[in-house]
Design a protein around this ligand. Structure first.
Ligand code: HEM
Length: 263
């Protein structure tokens, strides 16, 4: 017997996909569907971002800076869409959100393992984020693996070293799970790159775009949170907007920002 022909619905698993939105409010409340759809769409974009970030790291490991830049451009386009999508959720008023908020119980984007995976690849790693997930679960296994893996910044420093820049061994052999700290030695190298090495300066600019894009998402998310729940605590148990404010404006790659006043 031959397999049935592939169709739009069979290839994209449309029936399964459309069955995944299950509001918890009785009725259900009109706005809960939007809340579910937008979070699911974000999780799909997170999946794609991880796929592309892994690719950028591989291109750098393979000394393919142009391909790394090409993939970074795609990542930036996705980030722009992710930021723009917050506009849709901002059409939901505080009262509309209240119609179903208590149904979320302790659920929160705070518990998104894919968001933490993205942070890990970008160098924001915390063992606490791993422990929140049950042992041997998909999320825990993925986070444990990424905790041990070099970050995108580590791959970039190794690449610069192979390009002939004198990246100190202490940076090349650093413990990849600790946060990325500013370094005057790396800043000296980046200044040389910006002044005399257009190919790699372009690559640096795309990393700055990426850093700025993530900061933009954090800023827009906290503003949306402020206008929707004000100073109320988050469903995930944090202080809410006050907690989120602390994460805004922190650069992923501090050296790339530090050097700008010296250029
Ligand atoms: C009405 C809409 C939203 C509200 C009121 C809201 C509220 C919050 C709050 C209060 C927190 C802090 C943690 C906690 O819950 O205590 C948080 C964290 C978070 N939210 Fe949202 N959120 C909304 C929409 C979204 C959407 C659409 C996403 C997309 C996936 C998202 C992703 C996240 C992530 C990833 C965190 C963790 C941030 C971090 O720890 O740095 N949120 N959210």
């Amino acid at each position: 017997m031959t397999d049935p022909a592939v169709t739009y619905a069979s290839y994209l698993k449309i029936d399964e996909l459309l069955g995944l939105q299950q509001p918890r409010s009785p009725g259900p409340e009109h706005d809960e569907l939007l809340f579910i759809v937008i979070h699911q769409v974000y999780e799909l974009w997170f999946k794609q971002l991880l796929h592309e970030l892994d690719r950028v790291r591989e291109w750098l490991e393979d000394d393919e800076p142009h391909r790394a830049q090409h993939t970074l451009k795609r990542i930036l386009s996705i980030l722009k869409v992710m930021v723009a999508q917050l506009d849709i959720l901002e059409t939901m008023t505080p009262l509309e959100f209240r119609t179903f908020r208590e149904r979320l119980e302790a659920a929160s984007g705070f518990q998104s393992d894919q968001f933490r995976q993205i942070e890990f690849v970008l160098g924001v790693k915390s063992p606490g984020a791993i422990r929140r997930f049950p042992e041997a679960s998909r999320a825990r296994v993925a986070l444990e693996r990424r905790y041990q893996e070099p970050t995108l910044w580590d791959a970039f420093l190794h690449y610069l070293s192979r390009e002939g820049y004198g990246v100190p061994p202490s940076h090349l052999e650093r413990e990849v799970s600790v946060p990325i700290e500013p370094s005057s030695e790396v800043q000296g190298i980046l200044l040389a790159v910006y002044r005399d090495d257009p190919k790699n300066a372009e690559l640096c600019e795309r990393l700055v775009d990426l850093d700025e894009g993530v900061q933009e998402w954090r800023y827009r998310h906290v503003k949306m949170v402020e206008r929707t729940i004000g100073a109320k605590r988050g469903t995930g148990g944090s202080s809410g907007a006050a907690y989120l404010q602390e994460t805004v404006g922190r650069p992923l790659f501090p050296d790339l920002w530090e050097i700008r006043s010296q250029l």
